[in-house]
Ligand binder design. Structure first.
Ligand code: SF4
Ligand code: SF4
Ligand code: SF4
Length: 915
């Protein structure tokens, strides 16, 4: 039996076996003070405040460390317990010299004149100055136990306030409970602060900024602190008068956050606990990066280009102009870029506008640059192009194979799962040319050459077949074309894989054994795999690997592409793609297209449209004349960006709809100011296919409007009254669910809790945590014959280095949002070109010196960072910084199937500037 029954303070309580007495009591609404306890941490019982009486026991156990047992009779608030707690509390306060004015001053509530206090004590002590006043766990505990004074003399430590990026550390208020230290270690796996090193109490001697440590500024320690010792600065503005749950506007993890607002300012952000993708955790961007929404740079009115620049205009004037101009370009002379930053409802309307009003399938968005190859490959192998399993399942895997994903920087909250799995004994294989943080805890790090993933994975498949580590039953019953795949490996040896990848054959063999023998095994990948001219092949080879070993269709297995932007999954689901209507229904298939034609009342274009990179080519060829770009910044994000910029300049008419005047917007004829996702209602779909609510926590800035409202007004001005008149995003979702089988069971009423994972085929369906359970979406799992093909532009005499690109923890995408957050900029304010020390030495480049990186397409100057993280011959840069637009260098060569460009590999040369 999993449940037990006990009695607490006379109340019968049923809990799961293994629940502590403290959790059992709190679950039943019974408060027991516990200052060292936190639900995310292993209990220690060190503060002693949570002692209880258990009938028949002759000791007073600490309830946080004592498991509940069947039939126990527990008392939590006897006079004896309270007396002991008062002693314990008094000791905690005395020994840590915690100020007591906030606890015992009788005049506290009516006090308006703080001068008296301030004469005696520094202002950081006065009760009204402690940001935690009224919410402090010490105050709550002191009141509960009835402590009226501390009898021992204490000396106010008078330590300096330590100002970190985003939060302050005031160790005058620290009670040494250890929650911050343990959270950093146990929950975040960082171990940045400790009692032993300089970053904690030793600051009394020599303050050292966390900015010079490995701190990730996730804020988990701040949230765990029971006192005002660690406190987010923006939260000092006041207590929220309204708190709503919404979805993080940054990456595809889809963390749920509780956002508190006072006077239309965000004054509190917490990760939502419970059944959410993040269970209370956030990363630095979600926890501290929402300031972008109130940046003075926000677009506040429409702008129209007139002679001499862009000038403010009324909505009426701007929309009339756009409607009139767009009417002249209906058909394939028009292209639309929708946005992975916009909601599902807005993406649905954007593609509906493109197809129905503008009569073209030239619709795409940034998924083309990140996961187009995922859709093409996983659809071919399994029948569905999304993450097969759920984020939470990763921690239960016995083996995780993380390839081409710098998870700790790009999906920081998902990165907590491999760390958790490792603690439970799972094996971790990391394949990455760069030394990423996960390499430090990996059982095996395969440092293959960039662009050789297919050879690496084929080598692993070869070993699995040769050593008979395959799941023959699974292959026989659930797969097809295995023999063809097996035969194709006859002319590919492990030695060949080793030669191509640069990884020792024995390590590839070991990786294959770990993956095949520690089931369930799960594959995690990101753009290190997808952004290649052979991106589709990379993913097909991973699909082969999972099919070979039966590691798909079960919990904690599968292939898990980590989606980059907050709603890139949703934008794909909604059909912001040139070849798919919502729900991956092909535009070419008449019966699917007819369904939409019937619903929307008009014939739709029937051939696939152009993809992002093809659109810019078509502008150069004079085929596309007008463009509508919603929330994208191709000026910085697309490969060979000089070529893109030239294309944008050639357009007859360019409309950019965004929240900031992006680099792309600077070329527009009309700019339409959009509301941010904090200022509107809707839904996002995260990387694990979970549709979650986005809620309006702030009023829109200036005259900005939600994208869905702008699109509707524009369509109506263009004569399309039908189908663009909605009272709310919920009504749009109702239309989406009618036309999209995988979303059929979705409605706002059902999304209030943890959201729902598609496919959700009807209103009573609970959603699908993992795909392909008994049957693949396409029927059988299909093996594909895949051959290694080198990247299309490799280093040569003229351009001897290989450039690979990626992202950083502290910034997001093209930086339009995160570059406007002061402390994120403080933590990283410029591009640094990573170069291996041996390469640096041969070029005579020192760390911090200015270098020029050039490719066949352009050049960029930035400072060098000399680091072993980059292997010899490989240079790493990001694309966050407009001042140093890395994508002028990258190669627009496309994967022939997915049309994703080869952003991860191109040839460059590097020179010291002035050298
Ligand atoms: S902010 Fe995060 S990484 Fe930094 S000390 Fe706190 S818990 Fe550790
Ligand atoms: S800073 Fe806060 S969480 Fe850390 S030991 Fe002190 S009181 Fe506890
Ligand atoms: S991990 Fe992603 S979704 Fe979560 S807080 Fe960070 S940026 Fe937001």
């Amino acid at each position: 039996m999993d449940e037990i029954t006990l009695t607490i303070d006379g109340q019968e309580v049923r809990v799961r076996k293994g629940t502590s007495l403290l959790e059992a009591a709190r679950g039943a609404g019974i408060y027991i003070p516990a200052l060292c306890h936190h639900p995310d941490l292993k209990p220690t019982g060190s503060c002693k405040l949570c002692i209880v009486e258990v009938e028949g026991w002759d000791t007073y156990p600490t309830s946080c460390t004592t498991p509940a047992e069947e039939g126990m009779v527990v008392r939590t608030k006897t006079e004896e317990l309270q007396e002991m707690r008062r002693h314990a509390m008094e000791m905690i306060l005395a020994l840590t010299n915690h100020p007591t004015t906030c606890l015992f001053c009788e005049r506290k509530d009516e006090c308006t004149d703080l001068r008296e206090c301030m004469r005696k004590l520094p202002i950081t002590v006065g009760c009204k100055y402690c940001p935690k006043d009224g919410e402090c766990e010490i105050q709550e505990a002191v009141e509960y136990v009835g402590l009226k004074q501390v009898r021992y003399s204490t000396a106010y430590p008078n330590l300096p306030l330590l100002r970190e990026p985003f939060f302050d550390r005031n160790y005058n208020l620290c009670i040494l409970c250890g929650r911050c230290v343990r959270t950093c270690e146990e929950v975040r796996g960082e171990g940045v602060i400790s009692y032993k090193v300089d970053y904690h109490r030793q600051h009394r001697v020599e303050p050292i900024s966390l900015a010079s440590s490995d701190c990730k500024f996730c804020g988990a320690c701040v949230d765990a602190c029971p006192t005002g010792a660690l406190y987010a600065r923006f939260e000092k503005w006041g207590k929220p008068e309204n708190t709503l749950t919404t979805t993080c506007p940054f990456c595809g993890v889809g963390c749920q956050m509780e956002v508190g607002v006072l006077d239309n300012q965000i004054v509190r952000v917490r990760g939502k606990r419970g059944d959410t993708p993040n269970n209370g955790q956030l990363c630095v961007k979600g926890r501290f990066g929402l300031d972008f929404a109130t940046s003075p740079d926000r677009l506040k009115t429409p702008l129209i280009r007139k002679e001499g620049g862009l000038f403010p205009a009324s909505w009426e004037e701007a929309l009339n102009l756009v409607a009139e101009k767009f009417s002249q370009y209906r058909g394939d002379g028009f292209a639309l870029l929708s946005s992975a930053k916009c909601t599902n409802e807005e993406n649905y309307l954007a593609q509906k506008f493109g197809r129905l009003v503008m009569e073209t399938n030239n619709i795409d968005h940034c998924a083309r640059l990140c996961h187009a190859s995922t859709i093409s490959a996983l659809s071919a192998a399994f029948g569905s192009g999304a993450m097969t399993n759920s984020i939470g399942e990763l921690k239960e895997a016995n083996c995780l194979f993380v390839i081409g994903s710098n998870t700790t920087e790009q999906h920081p909250v998902i990165a907590l799962k491999p760390k958790e799995a490792k603690k439970k004994g799972a094996k971790l294989i990391v394949a990455n040319p760069r030394e990423i943080e996960l390499c430090r805890i990996a059982d095996l790090w395969l440092r293959h050459k960039p662009g050789t993933d297919v050879a690496l994975v084929l080598g692993m498949c070869q070993v699995i077949i040769e050593e008979n580590l395959l799941d023959e039953d699974f292959i026989r019953e659930r797969c097809e074309e295995f023999e063809e795949f097996k035969d194709s490996l006859s002319d590919f040896s492990l030695e060949e894989a080793s030669r191509i990848t640069g990884v020792e054959a024995s390590l590839i063999r070991e990786a294959a054994r770990l993956y095949a023998q520690h089931r369930p095994s799960s594959i995690v990948y990101a753009m290190g795999i997808t952004q290649h001219s052979h991106g589709t092949d990379n993913i097909l080879s991973l699909a082969n690997l999972s099919l070979l070993t039966g590691n798909v269709g079960r919990p904690s297995t599968g292939i898990n592409p980590l989606r980059g932007q907050n709603n890139v999954q949703g934008a794909c689901d909604m059909g912001a793609l040139p070849d798919f209507l919502p729900g991956y229904q092909r535009v070419q298939e008449a019966h699917l297209r007819n369904k939409f034609e019937d619903a929307w009342g008009k014939k739709l274009p029937d051939g696939p449209g152009l993809t992002v990179v093809e659109m810019f080519e078509a502008i150069h060829e004079g085929k596309i004349k007008a463009m509508y770009i919603i929330g994208e910044n191709p000026y910085l994000s697309d490969p060979d960006s000089n070529h893109v910029t030239e294309a944008l300049k050639k357009l007859d008419f360019l409309v950019v709809q965004d929240i900031f005047p992006s680099e792309t917007a600077s070329l527009a004829h009309v700019i339409l100011p959009a509301a941010s996702s904090l200022e509107k209602e809707g839904t996002f779909t995260n990387t694990e296919r979970r549709i979650q609510r986005v809620r309006k926590v702030l009023e829109p800035v200036g005259e900005s409007q939600p994208d869905w409202e702008i699109i509707c007004q524009l369509a109506q001005k263009m004569g399309q009254k039908e189908g663009f008149s909605y009272s709310s995003p919920s009504e749009i979702m109702d239309e989406i669910s009618k036309l999209t089988p995988i979303y059929r069971g979705i409605s706002y009423e059902r999304l209030d809790g943890a959201g729902l994972q598609w496919p959700c085929p009807d209103a009573s369906h609970p959603g699908t945590p993992y795909l392909h359970k008994d049957k693949f979406t396409r029927g059988k799992g299909k093996f594909h014959v895949v051959r290694y093909r080198p990247s299309l532009e490799l280093p040569d005499k003229e351009y001897p280095f290989l450039l690979t690109t990626g992202r950083l923890l502290f910034h997001f995408h093209t930086g339009t949002m995160t570059r406007r957050v002061g402390d994120l900029n403080y933590l990283r304010g410029e591009e640094l070109v990573e170069i291996n020390p041996q390469d640096a030495q041969s070029l005579g480049v020192e760390d911090g010196e200015l270098v020029e990186v050039s490719s066949r397409r352009g050049k960029v100057r930035a400072k060098a960072r000399v680091t072993e993280r980059s292997p010899q011959g490989v240079i790493f840069m990001t694309f966050h910084f407009a001042e140093t637009p890395t994508n002028v260098l990258t190669n627009p060569a496309l994967d022939p199937v997915a049309k994703i460009p080869e952003l991860k590999v191109c040839a460059v040369k590097l020179n010291k500037v002035g050298g």
